[in-house]
Design a protein around this ligand. Structure first.
Ligand SMILES: Cc1cc2nc3c(=O)[nH]c(=O)nc-3n(C[C@H](O)[C@H](O)[C@H](O)COP(=O)(O)OP(=O)(O)OC[C@H]3O[C@@H](n4cnc5c(N)ncnc54)[C@H](O)[C@@H]3O)c2cc1C
Length: 408
């Protein structure tokens, strides 16, 4: 069987789906095929994240993230309301978990203000009113009223439904496809050949490997970091109605263990960790372990630690061991001091971050990154807040890359 399309999108996560959505909305093309290797959509980051619609606080003002987060959040909220998806507009408190982190609140405030996040300082009385059990370390915190929570899978399933109803073909279980770059073709194992005008690689955790097939991004590698979640037990004495976040280490793009009330029920998830993972899809303890890859990744991270690149020793001290329950509890207690082990239980939710590193400079890539290939675009870094930002990120990708390339 043979197909042809203007755009072949490899990866049906939120990034690939919203690009397809915007290509349709902007009437650029309606001949779009999306390939995903899994039996259903949402089995990786887009279906396994915290569901926080970020307000745009953390990002350096000249970054791509900063450009698309605030407008992306607004658009995701509007689109979700239009499509009947529940949003919990619960806001977020950022509390310095140690008093020496208090000055970081000013840095975050300035960044948030420049990015248009809309946030303000509050004092001890207001902190107590909003989150009675929270740690009032220095008597002040940042309040972000625009932060919200959504069920990420509802977004993915609705995007799929909408796209399919408008003629986008989504092919699942498309695992071992072959690329024939000279003829702009991809051939699936089932014998299906797809001729494309332009290929968009939005394959999340596997995006670097696909880019390498095109000889693109050879200096870059994704190292997976596992996000384990716990949750408050139903009978715990805490009633947390908003997002409660620590002050993050801004050297690394991980926000630290936080409390998030879920959108569709009354549970509160705690996490995620950001610990080096034994495989890109190692969601369960012994599942999909990649031994050789992990040895290489750990050797690379050891080098980061040894030379303290990007302040990596601080990350290692504070976050690398949060897979150990007592360490995790201590980190959560920084925000809720009265929390003890009997109040929490492991959640079945686990996500893995696709963290990109530049192997030439040894630097962590903190921003979104797209790399051009021949008749192809490779979105090799779409870490948090790509879920929040997706609609605006999709437009940025179309404007900055696709339009120029397809008009050549
Ligand atoms: C633990 C965790 C918490 C997070 N929390 C938040 C949050 O609260 N708010 C927020 O905004 N962001 C959050 N993020 C980030 C957000 O989830 C991601 O930025 C976003 O989901 C990335 O989407 P994606 O489409 O690039 O990747 P994915 O969702 O991973 O999609 C990639 C798709 O490509 C497919 N694929 C891979 N290889 C192939 C192949 N060879 N052929 C065909 N298909 C392939 C996969 O099956 C997958 O469906 C979090 C991420 C994690 C891991």
């Amino acid at each position: 069987m043979n197909y042809s399309c203007d755009f072949l999108i490899v990866g049906g996560g939120v990034v690939g789906l919203t690009i397809a959505h915007q290509l349709l909305e902007r009437k650029i093309s309606n001949k779009i095929i999306i390939l995903d290797k899994e039996v259903e959509l949402g089995l990786h980051s887009s279906g396994r994240n915290s569901g926080v619609i970020h307000a745009g606080i953390y990002y350096e003002p000249d970054s791509v993230k900063a450009k698309v987060c605030v407008s992306g959040a607004k658009r995701l909220k509007e689109w979700s309301i239009e499509n009947g998806i529940n949003i919990k507009n619960c806001g977020k408190l950022i509390i310095p978990q140690k008093s020496d982190l208090d000055p970081q609140l000013d840095v975050l405030y300035e960044r948030g203000k420049k990015n248009g996040a809309g946030l303000n300082f509050i004092g001890a009385k207001e902190i107590e009113k909003l989150a009675p059990q929270a740690n009032i370390t220095t008597g002040r915190a940042l309040w972000s009223p625009n932060t919200a929570v959504i069920d990420p899978l509802s977004v993915i399933y609705m995007l799929r439904k909408k796209l399919e109803s408008r003629g986008v073909q989504i092919i699942n279980s498309a695992r071992d496809w072959q690329l024939y770059q000279k003829t702009n073709q991809v051939v699936l194992k089932k014998g299906i050949a797809i001729k494309y005008g332009y290929l968009i690689n939005s394959a999340g955790l596997q995006a670097d490997k696909i880019a390498h097939k095109f000889d693109v991004g050879l200096d870059y590698k994704i190292i997976p970091f596992k996000g384990i979640y716990w949750q408050l037990r139903k009978n715990s004495p805490f009633n947390i109605k908003l997002n409660l976040y620590p002050v993050p280490d801004l050297n690394v793009p991980f926000l630290g263990v936080h409390f998030t009330p879920t959108a569709n029920d009354n549970s509160v998830i705690i996490g995620p960790t950001a610990i080096p993972s034994l495989g890109r899809e190692n969601y369960k303890l012994f599942e999909n372990i990649e031994i050789q890859n992990s040895i290489n990744d750990f050797a690379f991270l050891a080098k980061q630690y040894f030379f303290n690149i990007d302040g990596f020793r601080k990350y290692a001290r504070e976050q690398a061991f949060l897979g150990i329950p007592s360490f995790f509890l201590r980190s959560a207690q920084d925000l809720i001091p009265r929390l003890n082990q009997s109040h929490i239980e492991r959640s079945s939710k686990v996500g893995i971050r696709a963290q990109l590193f530049n192997l030439k400079t040894n630097k962590i890539v903190k921003d979104f990154l797209c790399l051009k290939g021949d008749k192809s675009l490779h979105i090799v870094s779409a870490i948090s807040p790509a879920f929040t930002a997706s609609f605006s990120f999709a437009d940025l990708i179309i404007d900055n890359y696709l339009i120029q390339d397809i008009n050549k």
